[in-house]
Design a protein around this ligand. Sequence first.
Ligand SMILES: CC(C)(COP(=O)(O)OP(=O)(O)OC[C@H]1O[C@@H](n2cnc3c(N)ncnc32)[C@H](O)[C@@H]1OP(=O)(O)O)[C@@H](O)C(=O)NCCC(=O)NCCS
Length: 445
Amino acid sequence: MTQEPQGRSDGAASTVQKDGTLSVTDNRTGRSYDIEIKDGTVRAMDFRQIKVDEDDFGLMTYDPGYTNTASCRSAITYIDGERGILQHRGIPIEELCEHSTYLEVAYLLIYGHLPTEEELSRWVYDITHHTYVHENIKSFMDGFRHDAHPMGILLASVGALSTFYPEASDIDDEEQRNMAAIRLIAKMPTIAAFAYRHSLGLPYVYPDNDLSYTGNFLSMLFKMAEPKYEPDPRLEKALDILFILHADHEQNASTSAVRTVGSTRADPYTAVAAGVAALYGPLHGGANVAVLKMLQRIGSVENIPDFLETVKQGKERLMGFGHRVYKNYDPRARIIKSHVDEVLEATGKESPWLDIAIELEKRALDDEYFTSRKLYPNVDFYSGLIYEALGIPTEAFTVMFAIPRTSGWIAQWMEMLRDPELRIARPRQIYTGPRDQRYVPMSER
Ligand SMILES: CC(C)(COP(=O)(O)OP(=O)(O)OC[C@H]1O[C@@H](n2cnc3c(N)ncnc32)[C@H](O)[C@@H]1OP(=O)(O)O)[C@@H](O)C(=O)NCCC(=O)NCCS
C-alpha cells in the first residue's frame, strides 16, 4: 500500500491511504466482493464479476462524457483542478513560462526530461529544417474556397500528410515515430500560416530558417514585400509563452481523440488529424472565438449586468469560464492575463474588449452563481484578446491552439504506444432501443 501516490491528476489530494480494497455487496444476490483500489481508482473490469446468475453479462459502469473514468496511466501532465496547479513532467507551468521555450517544453513532454544543450540544439535544428511542406500540399490547399475555415484546411492537410510519409505507418519503429514528431511540430505552423494566407488571397510565405519557431511563424503570417521579416521580440516571446501554455493538458477531448484513433494503430498524422478535428468544436478549442464574439456582443461595460443576468437564467454561457477539471482559477489564464498589456504595448493597439473582459471577470467572481459552481476564467478567456492584438483573425484562433497542442498529442500518442495495457479504445453502451422487430415492407409502412 502506498501513501499519497503520485496519483490521480484531479486534485484529489489527501493524506488518507489511496490503496486498499472496496467491499461491495450486491443487494440483488446478497453476495459480497472485494475490489482492489489502486491509486485511488477501481478497475471497471473488476465489476464484471458481479452477476445475478451465470448468464448475466456482469456489472458495467456508466459514465457519459467520461467525467469519472481514467482511460490511461500517464506521466506527462499533472493537474490539480481544485488548487489550480498544472505541471509538465513535474515542473510547474509558471516555471516553464519563465525559463523555458516552447520547443524545449515540447521536448520535455515527448522525451520525459529537459534536454541537454546538445539535445536541445539538435532538436531545434531538426524542427527548423523540416518546416517546408511538399509543394503538392500547397497545390491542394489552393483547391479550397477562398473563405474556407482555416481549421477545416488544417484538418484536411494534417490528415493528408500521412499520404506523403507512408513510412510513418510503421509505428513500431522508433526512428519513424521520432521523424513524425519532428515533422508534425515543424510543419504545423507552415500549414496554419498557409491556411491563413489562403483566406486572404495572399501568396504563401516560405519558412525562414534564420528565425525562431514563433518568429518564423509570424513571418509566414505577416511578411509582405520586405526582403526579410523582422519579428518584434516581445511578440515572439508572448507567442512562445502562449504556445507553452497550450502544449498539453492531459486527457482532454482532443488528446483522447488522438489516443482513440492511435489505439487502432493508425499512423501519427491520422491520429493527430483526429485531435485537430476534436479541437475544432466550440466547447474545446473554439471557446476563445466564442469569448471574443461574446465580448463584442456585450459591447460595453454598462451592458455587463444584463448579460450576466441572462447567463444566470441559463439562457447562455459565460464563455471562457468554467472547466471540467479546474474548479479554481486556471493557472494558464493567470499567466496569459499578465501578458495582454505587453502585447498591446508592442503592437501599439488598444483592445476595445479588454476593459469589458476585466470587468466581466471581476463581477462574475463576485457573484454567488459563479463562485458556488466554482466557475473561474479558463485559458480561453484572455487568449483571444492576445490573438486579436497580434492581428490574427478570429477564425484562425483555434489554429493557434492546434499548433502548440501538437507536441502534447504526440507525447501522449508515444506514451500510449509504450503502454503494456494498451488496447483498442472501444467503450460499451446501454442499449435502449427496441429488440427483435420485424422488417416492415415499404408497402405496409
Ligand atoms: C468547459 C465546460 C464545457 C465544462 O463543462 P462541465 O464540466 O460539463 O460543467 P457543467 O456543464 O456540468 O456545469 C456545471 C454547472 O455550472 C454551470 N456552468 C458551467 N459553465 C458555465 C458557464 N461558462 N457559464 C454559465 N454557467 C456555467 C452549468 O450550467 C451547471 O450549472 P447547474 O449545476 O445549475 O446546471 C463548461 O464550463 C462551459 O461550457 N464553459 C464555457 C465554454 C468554455 O469556456 N470552454 C473552454 C474550456 S477550456
